[in-house]
Ligand binder design. Structure first.
Ligand code: HEM
Length: 185
């Protein structure tokens, strides 16, 4: 079981998601949130143009758009506490279950960074300081989320591979755990 307090601390330190940046995301929420449905549309239009992404989206686009919009609204509402980390860790595992390649996470987040940056420039074009602050905050929260989701990808993939190995080899989980404990490299 993952320690979500430790994972939050680690991912925040790495991505630079400071309390000041969290506060700037929340403060911008009322300006940004009304535009997020457009960003969702642009995100899925972009994904649908990626040939390898298509088969994961067929028949699900409407539901995914709603889920995605809710998640993006959360980026400008917070809180980015251990529950957020735990929820995004689970979302990473859901993507492993649907066999989404790991690079789709980084690819998806990159698209969002571009769309959200364009939005910030257009809303705050007369306040360069505000643009700079918000872009750094958006990059930080997206980086934070990506680290959590990828951590979960790694753990879920290893767990799936181990299950497969135990099934094929007929070794019990207890025997495997004892062998692993006894093995010294
Ligand atoms: C980049 C950031 C992404 C975020 C934050 C995100 C977020 C989510 C969330 C919150 C869920 C719902 C999980 C649940 O069942 O509780 C989900 C499910 C899913 N996502 Fe993503 N997603 C991302 C990228 C992508 C991409 C790039 C694709 C495909 C090209 C994708 C395809 C899916 C699919 C197929 C499901 C499962 C839907 C189902 O259960 O039918 N996601 N995602």
């Amino acid at each position: 079981m993952e320690n979500f307090t430790e994972l939050s601390k680690y991912a925040k330190a790495f991505s630079g998601l400071t309390p000041e940046r969290e506060a700037s995301l929340l403060a911008a929420g009322p300006d940004i949130k009304p535009h997020l449905p457009e960003i969702t549309e642009q995100f899925y239009a972009h994904l649908l143009a990626v040939p390898s992404a298509n088969r994961f989206l067929e028949g699900r686009v409407a539901a995914l758009k709603a889920t995605h919009l809710r998640w993006m609204e959360g980026l400008f509402s917070g809180p980015f506490d251990d529950s957020y980390t735990q929820a995004m860790y689970r979302v990473g595992a859901v993507h492993v279950q649907v066999k989404l390649p790991v690079e789709f996470m980084a690819g998806g987040m990159t698209i969002l960074q571009q769309k959200l940056s364009d939005l910030v420039y257009s809303i705050y074009q007369d306040s360069p300081g505000q643009v700079q602050t918000l872009i750094k905050s958006i990059n930080a929260v997206i980086g934070f989320t990506l680290i959590v989701m990828q951590q979960s990808y790694q753990a879920s993939t290893i767990a799936e591979e181990l299950d497969k190995f135990l099934k094929i080899s007929g070794i019990s989980r207890i025997l495997f755990a004892n062998l692993a404990k006894a093995y010294k490299d």
